[in-house]
Design a protein around this ligand. Structure first.
Ligand code: G3P
Ligand code: CA
Length: 237
């Protein structure tokens, strides 16, 4: 785990390209990740399994919104997945493709389905990605399991349910809280998080001034749909 708030893999990465930065490219597409990787941003992606267990990269439970297909991701075969086309005509990536092309960049995968947890842990360990990655989940049990496996972990929290057991999460080795930007009294939550010894990140912030203000006041990173708008306000390391 990180040695203190702000330490750990996100140090030097104030900008995390949420879903690859859909303001300019197809959401969670290879082209999006290429563009943001070239700028030195961290890459956020959502991970879930197909019917055969292959981990793929997509936000929604179904392929309906972002591809030309229909149906639940978890019901598809790999052959069906590879026939899908995103808005830019490309095939949505698998997790292995992302690791192969972008494994030297800072990856921020989210465990989007409970079935993705164990395969993601196994993949991170086998590729020795622990120094190049922060894995996130809205489920505290996922964040604890990631930390117990030696993988830098972020617990995502919604506006309605900020984490109340910060010291316990820290003791379990969880490194970061990823708070909704809509959390009431966000500044106080940030202070409590850092006082408990956890790093604090915020999702999703698309205003460059707001993002710069959060980082100035101690947030380690912000997730944004438009990393290019942040370039002058926030330098990536
Ligand atoms: O990782 C933060 C953010 O991605 C969580 O929201 O719905 O975009 O996965 P969502
Ligand atoms: Ca996500």
């Amino acid at each position: 785990s990180a040695s203190g708030p702000g330490a750990g893999p996100l140090s030097g990465y104030p900008v995390i390209a949420h879903r690859g930065g859909p303001a300019r490219h197809a959401e969670e597409s290879v082209a999006a990740y290429r563009a943001v990787a070239a700028q030195g941003f961290a890459l956020e992606l959502d991970v879930q399994p197909l019917a055969d267990g292959t981990l793929v990269v997509m936000h929604d439970d179904t392929v309906d919104r972002t591809t030309d297909g229909t149906g639940a991701v978890r019901d598809l075969t790999l052959a069906q997945w590879q026939r899908l086309r995103l808005a830019d005509g490309s095939t949505p990536p698998t997790w292995d493709q992302v690791v192969e092309e972008f494994g030297d960049n800072l990856l921020v995968p989210e465990v989007k389905s409970p079935d993705a947890l164990r395969p993601l842990i196994a993949s991170v360990q086998s590729h020795r990605l622990e120094d190049r990655l922060v894995a996130q989940s809205f489920l505290p049990e996922d964040a604890r399991a990631l930390a117990a496996s030696g993988i830098p972990a972020m617990l995502l929290t919604s506006a309605a349910a900020p984490a109340r057991d910060l010291a316990s999460l820290r003791d379990a080795g969880v490194d970061y809280i990823g708070a909704s930007a809509a959390t009431p009294d966000l500044t106080r939550y940030a202070d409590q998080t850092r006082e408990a010894g956890l790093g604090f990140a915020v999702w999703v912030v698309n205003d460059a001034g707001a993002a710069a203000g959060l980082v100035r006041s101690g947030a380690v990173s912000v997730f944004t749909d438009d990393p290019w708008a942040m370039r002058t306000a926030l330098r990536s390391g």
